[in-house]
Design a protein around this ligand. Structure first.
Ligand SMILES: Nc1ncnc2c1ncn2[C@@H]1O[C@H](COP(=O)(O)OP(=O)(O)OP(=O)(O)O)[C@@H](O)[C@H]1O
Ligand code: NI
Length: 406
């Protein structure tokens, strides 16, 4: 049995996990000289406490822009144009009742300084290229210690100091205003940095802390970046293609580390990758993105064994089962359509490549609920097949079909 299946089953036995983040109808556009680019279009999904949500899709499908939209880091000429980002934080909900619904706040309704201050202590990020997360002229230990201090200040005075600190987890944010060669951090933070380096499996962490980023190998620097991201003790870690640049052995080690850390801290992770093998190994839940939309989402089993969308089915076609995931994407003929608003039209964006396209696909498909726990997809054909199947009498199907009517 794969680890992922084991974890999915274990999760099913425990009490219901709560949503840490609920994304609703999130849209992000870029207003370019060529026109409006609909990079993320009405995307909805939930990230539960202590789970790994995988986001998978071809290049240009909107994965990274979705991640940036969650943490308010979309840069001009782009901006989040609509949607809600419900984040469970009872303190914030109490402090900003106008933005709150129960224990959750809509991040988009919070003042910008508050949102910015959540980066680090609440949300943290790791990226494909660890070099971009570190300042080449400061030691690795110093940079992690700084991240520790941001967290310390936030804990000492949750609101006012939080808002004074720059967000971090992204090198440029952390390092604004730091001058090379000066000792900013106290010995305690330095010790904590060494401890973090040790936790992410860096040998001789005390010596390593005094080295500069260029003295680290790619895999080691990736580990250091994870240590830096953990310094703020975030609730949610967003990892955008964290292992894509690494060779296969190192990649497996870093994924293993991520999963260990996630389980130890009961942290939530949004893991972005174009690699279905990584998704199968790591995720509890999966969003499949295509042309800026989530075309199907559900549990790992929903996506790998009970997918309903022709695109998802095409993607997972090459993987016989979850227990033996082949890390290959089944190539689907054709390419991702233009995301220029003027060229997109109001229809199913996958229709041109879809083996089952029909006339109804000229209308843009709404998301429908398929069988399973929050399993949803955007496809009129799948919806039709599903509702027809659901209307048939019990016992009509064999074992496999029987599950679909739950
Ligand atoms: N700064 C920008 N200006 C204009 N368009 C942009 C900008 N950044 C991203 N986009 C558009 O947003 C779309 C989604 O990009 P995104 O980076 O989220 O894709 P992705 O799924 O992460 O792809 P990859 O796997 O290649 O990283 C792209 O088609 C791109 O055209
Ligand atoms: Ni990307």
């Amino acid at each position: 049995m794969s680890d992922a299946t084991e974890r999915a089953e274990a999760a099913g036995n425990g009490e219901e996990a709560r949503d840490l983040l609920s994304v609703r109808d999130l849209s992000t556009r870029f207003f370019t000289e060529q026109g409006q680019v609909n990079a993320v279009e009405s995307v909805s999904f939930d990230v539960r406490e202590g789970e790994i949500l995988g986001i998978v899709g071809e290049s240009g499908s909107g994965k990274s822009v979705t991640a940036l939209s969650l943490i308010d880091l979309v840069e001009s000429p782009g901006r989040v144009t609509s949607g809600e980002l419900w984040y469970r934080d009872p303190d914030l909900a109490a402090e900003f009742p106008d933005a709150a619904d129960g224990d959750a706040v809509d991040l988009r309704e919070l003042p910008e300084r508050v949102r910015r201050a959540l980066r680090g202590p609440s949300f943290s990020t790791i990226f494909q290229d660890p070099m971009s997360s570190f300042n080449p002229s400061l030691t690795v230990g110093e940079q992690i210690a700084e991240a520790v201090e941001v967290q310390r200040r936030a804990q000492a005075n949750p609101r006012s100091t939080r808002s004074r600190t720059q967000g971090y987890g992204l090198g440029s944010y952390l390092l604004d205003g730091l001058v090379p060669g000066r000792d900013y951090t106290d010995p305690e933070s330095h010790d904590r940095a060494v401890e973090l380096l040790e936790q992410v499996g860096i040998p001789d962490p005390a010596q390593r802390a005094d080295q500069y980023p260029h003295e680290f190998s790619g895999g080691m620097l990736q580990r250091a970046m994870i240590a830096q991201a953990l310094a703020g003790e975030p609730d949610l870690l967003i990892a955008d293609e964290p292992t894509t640049a690494l060779d296969v052995t190192i990649q497996a080690q870093i994924l293993e580390l991520l999963r260990e850390i996630q389980a130890e801290r009961d942290m939530s992770v949004v893991l972005i990758t174009h690699d279905l093998g990584v998704i199968a190994r790591m995720s509890d839940r999966v969003c499949v993105m295509y042309a800026g939309e989530v075309v199907e989402r559900g549990t790992l089993e929903d996506i790998f064994e009970d997918s309903v969308h022709p695109y998802t089915r095409g993607l997972v076609g090459s993987i016989p089962d979850l227990e033996d995931p082949a890390p290959r994407l089944q190539p689907i003929e054709g390419s991702v359509p233009s995301l220029l608003d003027s060229e997109m039209g109001d229809r199913c964006y996958f229709a041109d490549r879809c083996p089952k396209a029909m006339e109804a696909c000229l209308d843009h498909p709404p998301e429908f609920d398929a069988a399973g726990d929050e399993h949803a997809a955007r496809c009129v054909l799948a919806e039709r097949e599903y509702s027809e199947a659901a209307a048939l009498p019990d016992g009509f199907f064999d074992e496999d079909g029987g599950e679909r009517r739950e």
